[in-house]
Design a protein around this ligand. Structure first.
Ligand code: PFF
Length: 450
């Protein structure tokens, strides 16, 4: 049985598409700055543990559910729970995922809009020879201007909706095949640059890998776990939606592991680029969301050929963001096509319209609504980010793990895992017990510790 939305042409294309979803702003922009805000090493250790013990098994669960259901996440879960004689309430997993997708894309596209503007700024040579002060002022000036932020945000949303409307096979397959390897290559060039020229490479390594557990609080454990879900695109059905287009007979656990390793490599490389530059320029490691937007232009401004490489690099980050953004809307778009029998184009426009309106709140968060706090001292953008990543995704993840591990009929599970006999029992233990219990403990401890 094939999906009505189309199919990936091979395992490799699935890996690239899933990696395209996983690798994005979460790796290059968010990972370094949240690691920085949470003290580095110990945070990174918890993050890595979450990737391997929780992330990989849940990614495998999502692929399993998607491939067995061959529809949008909402309908795949519905079909499987009916087929397994389970409570129809399990559908809520799909609904929660669609909501999370809207919330995440609404702020994700705003940040991607910032990236887009940096393509132009670097291309124009704005940062040639700039110092740290110039770079941080330029950043605050840019995000403080409501018109430029909304403009760039809108362009990014339009690109995302355009590609989504074109469908699964056309465009996206071709794009990821060329973009992902180029992105990898440029990241390696930049790691070498940071290693050779910053003079602070070892400090960067020490910051990322010195596992000083004293700095760890339950809240930072929660954030490390949320980051693991976010970076692997888990807990909301994105990988489930992509799993629906995966060829059968391909190993699920092997594929999930490959994708997770690629994603982790990109995150660590980004850290190894950004922190040496932070230390070399006397910037704060806890500099927040602006970290990448200040350090990278600064580095490119000093490099020979930096104007060109800088511009190309931000173009690639834009593409990395687009290949993730597309997977954020796919669950909702596929569901609308199935349910309302409308074309993909209309479905993409409907979803895009809703998300665009919601995202204005995030676009305003660094300018006209900079003083509007939704929860505690968090702006609209911070709230969307915090709630979706640290609460909805892990919660969705637990439910997905329980559903795949316990609820889905054993026959279906065995059939989907036929190519994974060796690791199937390990997956089962992680999915049934380790992942749900670990996530629950982190929730509970964060809650108890305020
Ligand atoms: N994994 C993406 C990133 O790291 O940038 C973000 C993301 C995409 C999160 C898709 C969730 C998702 F469903």
């Amino acid at each position: 049985m094939d999906s009505q939305h189309g199919m990936w042409s091979s395992r490799t294309v699935f890996v690239l598409a899933a990696a395209g979803s996983a690798v994005g702003l979460g790796n290059i922009w968010r990972f370094p700055y949240v690691a920085g805000e949470n003290g580095g090493g110990a945070f990174v250790l918890v993050y890595l543990a979450c990737i391997f013990l929780i992330g990989i098994p849940i990614m495998a669960s999502e692929i399993l559910i998607g491939r067995a259901g061959r529809q949008s996440p909402i309908n795949s879960v519905r079909t499987l729970s009916a087929g397994s004689g389970a409570n129809p309430l399990w559908q809520a997993v799909g609904w929660m995922g669609a909501l999370a997708g809207f919330m995440i894309l609404s702020f994700y596209a705003v940040i991607a809009g910032w990236v887009l503007s940096y393509v132009l700024q670097l291309g124009a040579g704005t940062y040639n020879g700039a110092d740290a002060e110039f770079a941080s002022n330029a950043f605050s000036d840019f995000i403080g201007n409501v018109w430029s932020v909304v403009g760039c945000y809108t362009v990014f949303m339009a690109l995302t909706i355009f590609i989504t409307a074109r469908g699964v096979g056309r465009g996206l397959e071709v794009a990821v095949k060329y973009l992902m390897p180029t992105l990898f290559f440029l990241l390696i060039v930049l790691v070498i640059y940071a290693a050779v020229t910053s003079g602070h490479f070892m400090e960067g390594i020490a910051f990322l890998f010195s596992f000083d557990v004293e700095k760890l609080t339950w809240n930072s454990v929660l954030i490390a776990m949320g980051q693991a879900f976010f970076t692997l695109s888990l807990g909301m059905g994105a990988i489930m939606a992509y799993g629906a287009y995966m060829p059968k007979d391909v190993s699920i656990i092997g594929t999930a592991t490959t994708v997770a390793l690629m994603d982790t490599a990109v995150a660590l490389m980004s850290g190894l680029i950004i922190f040496p530059l932070v230390f070399a320029n006397g910037l704060e490691s806890s500099g927040g969301p602006g970290l990448m937007f200040i350090t990278l232009p600064l580095a490119f401004g000093q490099m020979s050929g930096g104007q060109f490489f800088g511009c190309v690099f931000f173009i690639l980050v834009t593409f990395a963001a687009i290949t993730s953004a597309i997977s954020l809307v796919e669950p909702a778009v596929a569901w609308i096509v199935e349910r309302m029998k409308v074309s993909r184009v209309s479905a993409a426009l409907i979803v895009g319209g809703f998300v665009w309106i919601l995202g204005l709140g995030s676009a305003f968060s660094s300018n006209i609504w900079a003083d509007v706090y939704i929860v505690g001292n968090m702006t609209f953008l911070d709230t969307m980010d915090y709630v979706s990543n640290n609460i909805i995704l892990p919660l969705g993840g637990i439910l997905i793990a329980l559903f795949a591990g316990w609820v889905v009929d054993k026959k279906i599970r065995d059939e989907q895992m036929a190519a994974d006999l060796l690791y199937y029992p390990v997956w089962q233990v992680l999915t049934r017990f380790v992942a749900p219990i670990a996530v629950s403990i982190v929730f509970l401890m964060t809650f108890l510790n305020g």
